[in-house]
Write a protein that binds this ligand. Structure first.
Ligand SMILES: O=P(O)(O)OP(=O)(O)OP(=O)(O)OC[C@H]1O[C@@H](n2cnc3c(O)ncnc32)[C@H](O)[C@@H]1O
Ligand SMILES: [Mg+2]
Length: 197
């Protein structure tokens, strides 16, 4: 079984990725490398940022690394907060404040115009330089008040019309089945199979 270091400091992501990788890889994370410095996300796209994180952590640890850069693109906000999703309400990366700001930005916007999607770019990088890049998306609508307590980040605001629930009202298994992250990881597993990496 391959060893992988997850290049993330986000506990919500770490848990989901660990569950999704169970049986496929032995998983470490930056919790196991507390000396790994903060990695600056200077890219303009999700995949560019995931590449930066995967490269850095593969070099730093000498092990294959899997990075996730993700976020929410809201149509009524021309795709914002996008790559700024974590820092939408400031550098401190506060989920509650980010959600408040998003609701504030969408005040008065009618339901039919509140469509949005989560995007997850995954980059897998071997210390020898080989890489695999995939992306997954999850479509929904931004509700006008938070609902549900599961998940993390913007989950309480992301309503999935087909399920009549927000992502935060789903169990982790249900979320993983339909989420941007779950879909991206399915693609990654297929690429691992194909390439033998
Ligand atoms: O960069 P790392 O260390 O992985 O952790 P991060 O939290 O900074 O992660 P990102 O830079 O990828 O920013 C993504 C933000 O988008 C949000 N997000 C991503 N996936 C999400 C999900 O499945 N549910 C809810 N919010 C999500 C969440 O608020 C994250 O902070
Ligand atoms: Mg980040």
């Amino acid at each position: 079984m391959k060893n992988i270091v997850l290049a993330t400091k986000n506990e919500g992501k770490r848990k989901e990725l660990e569950t999704l990788l169970a049986g496929a890889a032995a998983v470490y994370s930056l919790r196991d490398y507390p000396d790994c410095p903060e990695i600056e996300e200077t890219g303009e796209t999700f995949v560019a940022n995931a590449r930066i994180k995967a490269d850095y952590v593969a070099q730093f640890t000498g092990l294959p690394s899997l990075a996730d850069d993700s976020g929410l693109a809201v149509d009524a906000l021309d795709g914002s907060p996008g790559v700024y999703s974590a820092r939408f309400a400031g550098e401190e990366k506060n989920d509650g404040k980010n959600n408040e700001k998003l609701l504030h930005c969408l005040e008065g916007v009618p339901r039919e115009e509140r469509t949005a999607r989560f995007i997850c770019a995954l980059v897998y990088k071997n210390p020898n330089g080989e890489a695999i890049e995939v992306e997954g998306t999850c479509e929904g609508e931004i509700v006008s008040e938070p609902k549900g307590t599961n998940g993390f980040g913007y989950d309480p605001l992301m309503y999935i019309p087909q399920l009549y629930k927000t992502l935060a009202e789903l169990s982790s298994e249900e979320k993983n089945r339909i989420s941007h992250r779950g879909k991206a990881l399915q693609k990654m597993k297929a690429e691992w199979e194909k390439s033998g990496m």
